[in-house]
Design a protein around this ligand. Structure first.
Ligand SMILES: *Cc1c(COP(=O)(O)O)cnc(C)c1O
Length: 378
């Protein structure tokens, strides 16, 4: 595995992204969805994996049909950086953003009748066209129109070619577990609604990662798996086929080492005390990097293939580990998420300790951490 740009010298804590594993995930998803279109969510800095690098790797893997972003800003960044895949903006847009949405030729989600008419008005004024996906709320109760409203709008827009309706979308609220009755009900509602427009040749999409993995009847003709593409199953389980796997690791190097006596208080508030004379290692990452203070006395790291618990409070820029009689020296690699030797720390474990979901951990780790990318397959 070769390192494309080893910039970890800029900061002693970094994120490593295995782009070839990421592309293997995309290929594995493509195999499972067959000829259905694949919209890859890259919002929120590609779930903390790096927006541009992930978009480039997706483009070169040639199995993705759309990139999905949450907001205009993310889409504009991708276009300005030369990404040419079609881009679908998922989020409800603000009126001020309409000109740019049209100019950049994004596929736009119309989540209400009002937004659709604002968009139409602007297209008419500019003699421009815009591709829209009508968002139907089938029970997430976040954004989207009621089916009756969507029906009226679809019929009305047939007379207005400036707004080219190319898709119908919805979002599943409970698909992260298999056989959830509400997910089945949403799929049923969407199926019924979409069948009325069977002759319009629309992109029909409702499936997130949970939909892709657990609800084959949710695939329709396009899917939008985010978390799964980055290598995680939505229920925290591992891929039974062992194809889809994480491509994200969080690492650091020991920055300091000392020996302290018994009953020594460690870090702010002395929330931890040594039981005996101990070796203490300092790890240079903290909540200033997005590594939560919540991990104080609870989080784990791997050093020299051994798993240790964090000793005391996580500070803004560093925390300590009690090695007991174990050994570590300044410069040793520390794994906070990922594998080292035979040991591993899975993102799901880390999320559980913080009483949250993997998504939030990935999004929280910020740009003070250098990102190191390994070479993609193609
Ligand atoms: C984020 C998002 C997804 C992806 O969800 P995952 O749970 O990561 O698969 C799909 N659709 C929309 C509209 C989203 O905002």
């Amino acid at each position: 595995m070769s390192i494309l740009a080893n910039t970890s010298c800029f900061h002693p804590a970094w994120v490593e992204i295995d782009l070839s594993q990421f592309q293997r995930n995309l290929i594995a998803i493509r195999k499972r969805i067959g000829s259905v279109k694949f919209c890859l969510p890259v919002k929120a800095n590609a779930y903390g994996h790096g927006l541009l690098e992930i978009a480039r790797a997706a483009e070169s893997a040639r199995v993705v049909d759309f990139l999905g972003v949450s907001c205009l800003k993310e889409g504009v960044f991708l276009r300005e950086q030369g990404i040419s895949l079609p881009i679908l903006v998922f989020g409800a847009f603000h009126e001020d953003q309409i000109d740019d949405l049209i100019r950049y030729q994004f596929d736009v989600t119309a989540s209400s009748r009002l937004k659709a008419s604002l968009l139409l008005e602007r297209c008419q004024k500019q003699h421009a066209t815009c591709r829209v996906h009508i968002e139907v709320d089938t029970g997430m109760n976040r954004t989207g129109m009621r089916p009756e409203t969507a029906r009226e709008l679809l019929l009305k827009l047939r007379a207005h070619p400036e707004l080219q309706v190319v898709g119908l979308s919805s979002h599943l609220a409970t698909a992260d577990q298999p056989n959830h009755p509400f997910a089945l009900q949403q799929i049923e509602t969407f199926t019924r609604f979409a069948s009325e427009f069977a002759h319009d040749n629309l992109l029909l999409h409702i499936a997130n990662s949970g939909g892709v993995v657990f609800y084959p009847s949710s695939h329709f003709n396009m899917v939008r798996p985010g978390l799964l593409s980055y290598g995680y199953f939505p229920d925290g389980s591992l891929d039974p086929l062992q194809e889809i796997a994480p491509c994200f690791s969080l690492k650091a190097r020991v920055s300091y080492f000392k020996v302290v006596g018994p009953n020594a208080g460690i870090s702010y508030g002395h929330l931890y005390r040594t039981a005996k004379q101990s070796r203490i290692a300092t790890i240079p990452i903290g909540y200033g990097d997005g590594y939560f203070r919540r991990f104080s006395n609870r989080g784990h790291v791997l050093i020299r293939g051994q798993k240790y618990t964090i000793a005391g409070a996580v500070c803004m820029d560093q925390f300590m580990v009690d090695l007991g009689d174990g050994s570590a020296y300044v410069g040793d690699e520390v794994v906070l998420i990922g594998m080292q030797g035979k040991e591993s720390i899975h993102l799901q474990e880390v999320a559980s300790i913080a009483d949250t979901i993997p998504y939030e951990i990935l999004c929280a780790l910020n740009d003070r951490l250098t990102k190191v990318y390994t070479t993609p397959l193609s």
